[in-house]
Ligand binder design. Structure first.
Ligand code: SF4
Length: 369
């Protein structure tokens, strides 16, 4: 069965409707307008599991809604927790596809890393998500649902996991969203933006636009389209290499949109939006972590309004590379900072939870049935 046939058999996911959509639906059902907000709140805050729980609506309306919309597009299949407090959620879609979200605690907040596709077509060398290829795009309800389920899971799991929580326990909802999980978000542009509008909506989770980051491997048409939207979301671009030959080796997408084209689109994006782009650069021992590569990167980025995140490689079974030693990472960072390029050296988190992109799903796909 093709993806389109599978999707056609499913009712639309209620989590993917905006308040304006519910206003239209209640008008079609000849209900007063205030019913739209009641439905929206029940989906966003109470996380109802069935239309029958919405007892403030007449039974015939609940039946009608049940015939037209699926109330939940995902369910939690498995939660893994690492000693550093990172939680990885393996989620099952209605058609059996598995996707992942990762909750990362900091002192006073939770960051939620969400997926935009089931699998990924781009096959970056050190990413488990790309290993099994792309299954399909997620619909907006499946993207929104990851945040709703994470918030719900945090509220329910709080007492049991208190011992593993950091000293200052963050509030029980994600404050930051990074679309950096499985999939290439700009390859699923329309559903992604619909989902982000819902997550940003004042009557919903209300996650500030500047607390939502879209991370791309370098899909140039998507970057150009995003520049025209006038939105406040943050943009992050995975670079991982300072020249075309190494980048093509690590990221096949570079053959389609090489560095000059990618950085040209990034320049235009910052000119157009006046916003800073964050470049992600995973440091791999002996491959892209040496002084010559730092100098190449400096030649690309010097004088830009940008930020560079340096991330020592998180080990994945599918890639033979290793993380550099700390002093190598620090020397790389220092070289960039010496010429005024703002840089953060990040640490991988959640290793025991298989927290790097796609690892938990890949383990499940490879498990015997
Ligand atoms: S890093 Fe992102 S774009 Fe690359 S294969 Fe993984 S999910 Fe896809």
């Amino acid at each position: 069965m093709t993806e389109t046939q599978k999707q056609a058999e499913l009712r639309p996911a209620a989590w993917g409707l905006e308040l304006a959509d519910w206003t239209r639906v209640v008008a079609e059902l000849q209900l007063p307008t205030f019913r739209a907000k009641q439905i929206w709140h029940s989906l966003q805050e109470r996380l109802i599991g069935s239309w029958d729980e919405l007892t403030l609506l007449p039974a015939n309306v609940r039946r009608e809604l049940a015939e037209r919309f699926d109330v939940a597009a995902l369910r939690v299949r498995e939660v893994r927790e690492a000693a550093d407090g990172v939680r990885k959620l393996l989620l099952a879609c209605r058609d059996g596809e598995l996707i992942e979200s990762v909750l990362i605690p900091a002192e006073s907040r939770w960051t939620l890393c969400i997926s935009s596709q089931a699998g990924c077509a781009h096959a970056c060398a050190f990413c488990a998500s790309g290993k099994a290829g792309l299954s399909r795009n997620l619909v907006a309800g499946e993207i929104v649902g990851q945040a709703l389920l994470a918030a719900h899971w945090l509220r329910r799991a709080a007492p049991a996991s208190a011992s593993a929580a950091p000293a200052r326990t963050p509030p029980l909802r994600p404050q930051n969203i990074v679309v950096m999980g499985m999939g290439e978000p700009l390859a699923n542009y329309d559903e992604l933006l619909r989902a982000l509008r819902i997550l940003n909506a004042p009557d919903g989770l209300h996650i500030g636009a500047r607390h939502i980051t879209i991370s791309t491997c370098g899909v140039v048409p998507g970057i150009r389209r995003l520049a025209e939207e006038g939105l406040q979301f943050e943009l992050s671009v995975s670079l991982h290499a300072p020249n075309d030959s190494l980048r093509t080796h690590l990221m096949p997408v570079n053959q389609r949109w090489p560095l000059a084209e990618l950085l040209g689109a990034c320049h235009d994006y910052t000119d157009r939006t006046n916003r800073i782009i964050t470049f992600e650069y995973t440091l791999v021992r002996g491959l892209n972590d040496q002084p010559p590569q730092a100098q190449e990167l400096i030649r690309l980025l010097r004088g830009w309004k940008c930020h560079v995140n340096l991330i020592p490689l998180s080990p994945v079974a599918e890639f033979a590379g290793q993380a550099p030693e700390d002093r190598t990472c620090e020397a790389f960072q220092q070289a960039l900072e010496d010429v005024g390029i703002a840089t953060t050296l990040r640490r991988s988190r959640g290793r025991q939870a298989d927290a790097a992109c796609g690892q938990l799903r890949l383990r499940r796909l490879h498990q015997p049935a």
